[in-house]
Design a protein around this ligand. Sequence first.
Ligand code: SAM
Length: 319
Amino acid sequence: GEGYDGARKKVGNTHYVGNASEVASHYNSRPEVGVQHREFSPIIGLKKFNNWIKSVLIGKFAWRGHGAGAKVLDIGCGKGGDLNKWRQARISLYVGMDIAATSVEQARGRFETMNRPGFDAYFFAHDCYSLPISDILPDQLKVRDLYDNVTMQFCMHYAFESPSKARMMIENVSRYLSTGGKFIGTIPDGEILLSRLNALPEDDTELKFGNSCYFIQFEERIHKGIYGHKYRFYLEDAVDDVPEYVVNWDNFVSLALEYRLRLVYRKSFNEVLQEEQSSRDFGPLLGRMKVINEAGESAMDEDQWEAANLYMAFAFEKF
Ligand code: SAM
């Protein structure tokens, strides 16, 4: 079949569908360590590289519809780690949503301590894969064509548990995005994950691969259907063992098309680096964001680089 929706669970005042409560409680429980402490993360090089990739996407596709600063909807905004990147893009409005209420409070806190952000921001705790975002947005934030950009960074794949979640997700993305507006995101590349899985010896039953900084473990070698192909993901100092789902790329592209979203960009993180490392706009950012040091050496070790290359970046345009 095409996967299922699972049971509904109620935690506090929030109803969760399927695995959503597990995902939320994981992200809620991660401590906010602050920018200073983050420098001591064992995967700091990888975190910086991921931030550079997001800055490149924002720089390339942040779109201003009408002369004024762009209006941005960040779905799965987490602790608001991209607020500064959007400030650089001189936006006028930022709306952040995430299922993890504690993370949303931290994002709000981060905005409140920003010095002259130059834009308005609103934050909402919401399960954006099970419920329409119109349920929680106030009237002035749910206006047709309001947003110039919708961004989903490292979070869209959680929606591929079931067809109904994937549809609700993409419906939420498209609903208030303006014509010509851009939908940008980063996800693990499903084809890479499956080819790594298929490369395991035939008699392997653990269905696990990785290195010193991450592992991925599947439950099934062959999965029937497009949705719900589950694996557990562990990334040192970032994600401990959360359930995630393979994104079938062709299916995602045709689903997006149903919601008037046309693919304009798809690159592996490695390709983004190759293409942009010497560009005038993003090359110098590699040093400024400390992805590379003064000697031009990467802050990532081999194992972090392998983890980084499981991911890809994409952009769609609303028509
Ligand atoms: N976008 C942020 C970033 O780039 O730092 C956070 C990425 S974090 C790896 C994934 C985020 O997706 C978590 O904050 C998690 O709570 C959020 N998420 C997962 N399922 C969600 C859902 N159903 N609705 C909204 N957010 C969700």
